[in-house]
Design a protein around this ligand. Structure first.
Ligand code: DAK
Length: 259
């Protein structure tokens, strides 16, 4: 792969979008290679958490590739939108939690990629925005849907209609990111969180992710039913017996088997 770097350390994988000269803009090649990398992570059940970040110190992702998009016709734009959404849904439904480590501009498709992750940690220099209407288009990789769900319709509309960027502190204030850290501490913070997650029972974490994500699409009764389904499924795992035995035997250091 030319535009994606994937590395695995222990139970944590890091996917870096590596096209810094174009501020990691999402060309078809980037999206295609990202899909390939995500399939590799999905196959590797030893990966308990994934971090997504951008190469360089300026951008997470500055958006979809405007040069590539400019001359598309309606059908080509629809195909491009579908493909981007397919890749972002893979991020959202990956078996393990995905943390976005946002190291600069997260605009358009970059903001949308961050929002398809489970948790967002921003560097102090991060900038967020959905500038699409200033280019004559609407957000096309889920921005109208995920931003409204994350920060509420009013603030999402203000950001999307106004095409105005916001800084990291405002993103934290509106709940778009979980935390803001100094730029030089970003990857340390992301790895600390990922490794903290990886210490817990991976199947339980995966089921909890599914219960939250699927439950958000349902009414409260449907959501509770989904939770019951995931909760009871945990009792078919060795990690449930092990985790509860460790508690009763006062064993502090646990190593879950992912079975
Ligand atoms: N696409 C392509 N190249 C980009 C880019 C992008 N989004 N962003 C930056 N670059 C390139 C620049 O062209 C420049 O290339 P060279 O001129 O050096 O060859 C290089 O990266 C460095 O950028 P700048 O020289 O502009 O750097 P500055 O520090 O001056 O400015 C900036 C940084 C992030 C403020 C600026 O680059 C900028 O405004 N970039 C564009 C941000 C943006 O508008 N992003 C949203 C893109 S639209 C859909 C599917 C998808 C989408 C919509 C619909 N459907 C099919 C329905 C998604 C749309 C978007 O994401």
């Amino acid at each position: 792969m030319e535009t994606i770097i994937l590395c695995v350390e222990g139970h944590v994988a890091t996917l870096t979008i590596n096209r810094p000269k174009a501020l990691n803009a999402l060309s078809t090649q980037v999206l295609t290679e990202m899909k390939e990398a995500l399939l590799e992570v999905e196959r590797n059940k030893d990966v308990y958490a994934l971090i997504i970040t951008g190469a360089g110190d300026k951008a997470f992702v500055a958006g979809a590739d405007i040069a590539e998009m400019k001359d598309k016709n309606v059908e080509e734009a629809a195909l491009y939108g579908e493909f981007g959404n397919e890749v972002f849904r893979m991020v959202e439904t990956l078996h393990c939690p995905v943390i976005a480590a946002i190291n600069g501009f997260a605009l358009g498709g970059g903001c949308e990629l961050a929002m398809s992750c489970d948790i967002r940690i921003a560097a102090e220099n991060a900038v967020f925005g959905q500038p699409e209407v200033g280019l004559g288009i609407t957000p096309g990789f889920g921005g109208t849907q995920r931003l409204a769900r994350l920060v509420g319709a009013g603030i999402a509309k203000e950001m999307i209609f106004g095409a105005r960027n916001i800084k990291a502190d405002r993103a934290y204030q509106i709940g778009l990111v979980n935390s803001v850290v100094p730029a030089e501490e970003l990857m340390v913070a992301a790895n600390k969180m990922a490794n903290g997650i990886a210490k817990n029972a991976p199947i339980a974490v995966a089921y909890a992710k599914k219960a939250i994500n699927d439950g958000l699409q349902l009414d409260i009764d449907g959501g509770i039913a989904e939770e019951v389904k995931q909760f009871s499924a945990c009792f078919a795992t060795e990690d449930q017996t092990y985790g509860m035995t460790c508690f009763l035997e006062k064993t502090k250091e646990k190593t879950f088997s992912n079975k």
